[in-house]
Ligand binder design. Structure first.
Ligand SMILES: Cc1cc2nc3c(=O)[nH]c(=O)nc-3n(C[C@H](O)[C@H](O)[C@H](O)COP(=O)(O)OP(=O)(O)OC[C@H]3O[C@@H](n4cnc5c(N)ncnc54)[C@H](O)[C@@H]3O)c2cc1C
Length: 513
């Protein structure tokens, strides 16, 4: 898709020419992506960089999400940097707070803290064609200039409130899981949870024993597999410390399982439809085991869409919640929120003291990805371009018209095996471009239009194999899909291919000038 076809106002701010940029590289965001890129830059001897982070700590998702029960849903052996294995995880699926500490330890160990400017929110970035630099406008009114800009602002950072009438009328407490409030105790209260996605799967078993009554409002059920979770005993953690190779071997095993369940099943559905059928059977079996003799609940909790259309999850105790005396699964659609609770379309009012929104995040939407305006050499704002012309980026990272710009979570970038794999692949790719620019003494790096277009055509072709276009996804209400009906969340390739391409793609796919 040629950017020239977009009819958009030219919106570049008139500014004096930049003689020397403040930094060679600016990274926006200090979560897993930002830290991973910073470490890659340092490992290649590039030290003139800063990270701009709007919060006051590193960790992104794992700093912000503090709801009860939060944990990773990919094993911690796989959900971590390959170069920084952590022998101290307390469980196979570590709780969220351990991930937050992990990011802090990594930032300290690799000397990233001196590069971070906390409390700086970026509102806009513009490419200056006369100097081949980015001007980055912060909310505090400062302008920072950089030769290269890396966008590491993540995807799941804007909690989404459901579009239900009357939310403002509710007189009790309302919480979104992305902004958890410890000051609101749930003990002995009547609690309603709206949403039954991956967050609710973790939240409900943690809060159900405390509350007086729990109403769970479900629109779309989730596919859930058994979670092979357990405490990692002290002797095993000591063994991992003494023999890191043993932990790497375990990681290799969990990588393969994760790649099969989260990638191969969804991305190569046409080649391996039996894998999806096997996962669906395992999901049903998990539900039956947790809720023996409850066909009334089985019917309501069985997804009407295929496994993989929406992010599946893992749990050994989520379904059990609905067998509790103090919990109820409500599948009648919500009419509105009232002053006192939730009114369903059948006319029943469910009285509530605390209303919890487990309704996820905005994802591929303008204003979220990226979380600030990005104006390229053509004067076109990237979010508007994507919104109008479909989400697209070479290798999920670079876009013609946006020189010296690398987005870590771009369209079709995420490898379902683990977010860390994508971060490692993309940071290698970005730093290769930056290094090559240094070597050629070039100040401008841009992906060739024809290479990008060929890549996007290939992505669309590969999409034809995915579960998204072949299985029954219509009823999934999945955040994998955008408003165009595309599914730009997942990269249609294996993680091995992604890493190989990051390391070996022909660097002349880019124009260096
Ligand atoms: C609850 C939850 C659980 C998850 N569990 C898993 C899992 O088990 N497995 C998996 O593979 N993935 C998981 N993910 C997805 C993904 O792995 C995480 O979201 C991951 O932490 C993303 O890392 P990131 O650095 O790209 O983004 P983030 O962690 O979102 O960090 C982005 C950073 O950028 C900052 N920022 C954003 N905008 C601006 C701006 N304009 N100016 C300055 N700073 C800005 C933010 O403050 C934040 O610190 C999960 C996501 C969530 C929300």
């Amino acid at each position: 898709m040629n950017i020239a076809v977009v009819h958009q106002e030219r919106a570049i701010t008139q500014m004096p020419v930049i003689a020397h940029p403040d930094h060679e590289v600016v990274i926006i965001g200090a979560g897993i992506s930002g830290l991973g890129t910073a470490i890659q830059l340092k490992s290649e001897g590039i030290n003139d960089f800063i990270l701009l982070e709007r919060a006051s700590e590193v960790g992104g998702t794992w700093r912000d999400n503090r709801y009860p029960g939060i944990a990773v849903d990919i094993t911690s052996f796989t959900y971590s940097y390959s170069f920084e294995q952590n022998p101290n995880w307390s469980r196979v699926f570590a709780p969220g707070s351990e991930l937050h500490h992990y990011t802090e330890k990594v930032a300290a160990k690799y000397g990233i803290y001196p590069h971070i400017r906390f409390g700086v929110r970026v509102g806009r970035a513009e490419f200056d064609e006369s100097s081949h630099c980015w001007r980055i406008f912060t909310d505090g009114g400062k302008i920072v200039t950089a030769r290269h800009l890396v966008s590491a602002t993540g995807g799941l950072i804007s909690p989404k409130m459901p579009d239900i009438k009357g939310i403002k009328d509710f007189r009790g407490e309302t919480i979104h899981t992305g902004y958890w409030r410890d000051d609101i105790g749930l003990e002995g209260k009547r609690v309603a949870v709206i949403g039954t996605g991956a967050t609710a799967v973790q939240l409900l078993p943690a809060i159900a024993p405390q509350v007086a009554h729990l109403d769970v409002f479900q629109r779309t059920p989730i596919w859930l597999l058994k979670k092979p979770d357990r405490v990692l005993p002290a002797w095993l953690r000591s063994a991992f410390r003494l023999a890191p190779t043993a932990q790497r071997l375990v990681r290799a095993g969990t990588d393969i399982v994760s790649e099969s369940l989260m990638v191969i099943s969804a991305v190569y559905y046409r080649q391996f439809p039996w894998l999806v059928r096997h996962c669906e059977a395992a999901g049903i079996c998990n539900m039956h085991e947790q809720l023996p003799g409850r066909p009334d609940l089985w019917e309501k909790l069985t997804p009407k869409y295929g496994f993989g259309c929406k992010r599946p999850s893992f749990s050994n105790d989520y379904f059990k919640v609905f067998a509790r005396d103090n919990a109820r699964l409500v599948t009648t659609p919500i009419e509105r929120i009232t002053e006192n609770g939730v009114l369903t379309k059948d006319g029943e009012e469910h009285p509530v003291d605390v209303l919890i929104m487990a309704t996820g995040y905005r994802v591929f939407e303008k204003g979220n990805l990226p979380s600030y305006e990005v104006v390229g050499s053509n004067g076109v704002e990237l979010g508007s371009f994507w919104e109008e012309n479909r989400y697209q980026a070479y290798e999920g990272m670079t876009v013609p018209g946006y020189p010296n710009f690398y987005v870590m979570l771009g369209p079709y970038a995420l490898i379902g095996t683990s977010y860390f794999k994508m971060v490692e692949g993309n940071s290698i790719h970005a730093v290769r471009c930056i290094n090559e620019a240094r070597r050629r003494k070039a100040t401008r790096v841009e992906i060739r239009q024809e290479v990008h277009d060929r890549y996007f055509a290939d992505i669309q072709d590969r999409q034809k194999n995915t579960v998204f276009l072949n299985h029954n996804c219509a009823m999934s209400n999945s955040y994998y899909f955008d408003r165009h009906g595309d599914a730009p969340m997942l990269r249609p390739s294996t993680s091995f291919e992604m890493l190989w391409r990051a390391k070996h793609l022909p660097i002349d796919n880019y124009v260096f000038s």
